[in-house]
Structures are given as C-alpha cells and as structure tokens.
Design a protein. Structure first.
Length: 183
C-alpha cells in the first residue's frame, strides 16, 4: 500500500528509510537515576513561592526551612551528583514533601513511571501558565502530520540531550566536593 502522505511510513511515525534512534549508553546506575530525578525536580518543580536556588547550600536551606528536616548541602550535592544512591527515608520524604511529589517518584520504575508522566504534564502546564511555553505552539504541534511531528520530536529530543550534556559538564566543572559532611 502506498503512503499518501497522511500516515506515517513506520509504526513509530518516522519517515521510511530513517533508522530508529538506538540508545548508545549503558543503563544508568541507581545513583545516576536518583540524581537525574533530584536534578529534574530542582529544575522543573521548584516551588513557585521559594526563590530559585543558586547553589546546593540554598537548595538544602530551602528544603530544611520548608520541611523541618535537617538536610545538608553535602547531602544535596551527593544526591545531585549520583554519589548517594540509597538515602535515608527521611531525606526522600523531605524531598517529596518539598517538591510536592509522591514518595513513589523515587522508587522502582514500575511505580515511578506514571508519577513521572504526571509530573511532566504538571511542569508543562506551569511553563504554559508562566508564558515560557506558548499555547499556540502546543496547538500547532497537535495539528501537525505524524511525519512532521516525528521531525519536531527528534529535534526536541536532540536539543534536550545537548542541553543535558552541557549541564552535566558544567556541574562536573564547578561541583567540587563540599567541605562539611553531615546528614
């Protein structure tokens, strides 16, 4: 059957002849997955009524102030860099409380997956409400053909990977181990 231009050539929406994107990295370690989640929360779910943190000291202070849980900047640094992959339940509870997410977000993929999807939509809604993401752009995305949407998807994912790589490199360059060790 010939493609009339109204349907995708491949089941995943990519044009015929374009190979699917294959993962090239090994699966992340549990610490890296936790680090990714903590970093995502800080970047996307920071409470709107709290000033944005400039460093781990301000991050720890805001969490401690809001939750009453004594969390150190060292703990925040370890969580953000993947050096702590099994934090105490009280630390995870403080993070969940501060960011307004279920504790299951930090759990196994089967439990965290649906929560992650909900948080992504919540973060997107917040970006729309703040005018960072335009509603007309989202409407246009929905109206695109599957082939065009696939191209936009790939561009967005490539840009996100590039941003993540730049951010990780910047964190490695400016994130020496803190001097104090507590919590």
């Amino acid at each position: 059957m010939e493609n009339t231009g109204n349907e995708p050539d491949a089941p995943d929406g990519r044009p015929l002849g374009v190979p699917p994107v294959q993962p090239v990295d090994k699966p992340p370690t549990p610490g890296a997955m936790l680090a990714d989640k903590v970093e995502w929360l800080i970047q996307n779910m920071w409470p709107q009524d709290a000033p944005a943190p400039r460093n781990n000291v301000e991050t720890a202070s805001a969490i401690a102030h809001a939750t009453g849980e004594d969390i150190s900047s060292t703990t925040v640094w370890k969580l953000r860099t993947g050096r702590q992959d099994n934090p105490q339940l009280r630390t995870l509870t403080a993070l969940a409380t501060f960011f307004g997410v279920p504790i299951g977000y930090f759990g196994f993929a089967s439990e965290a997956g649906p929560i992650d999807d909900d948080l992504t939509f919540k973060a997107l809604r917040r970006e729309v409400e703040e005018g960072v993401v335009r509603t007309d752009v989202l409407r246009a995305l929905v109206d695109l053909s599957p082939q065009s949407r696939w191209l936009v998807d790939e561009m967005i994912l490539a840009a996100a990977r590039a941003d993540a790589e730049r951010a990780a490199a910047a964190r490695r360059a400016v994130a020496p181990a803190p001097a104090e060790e507590s919590a």
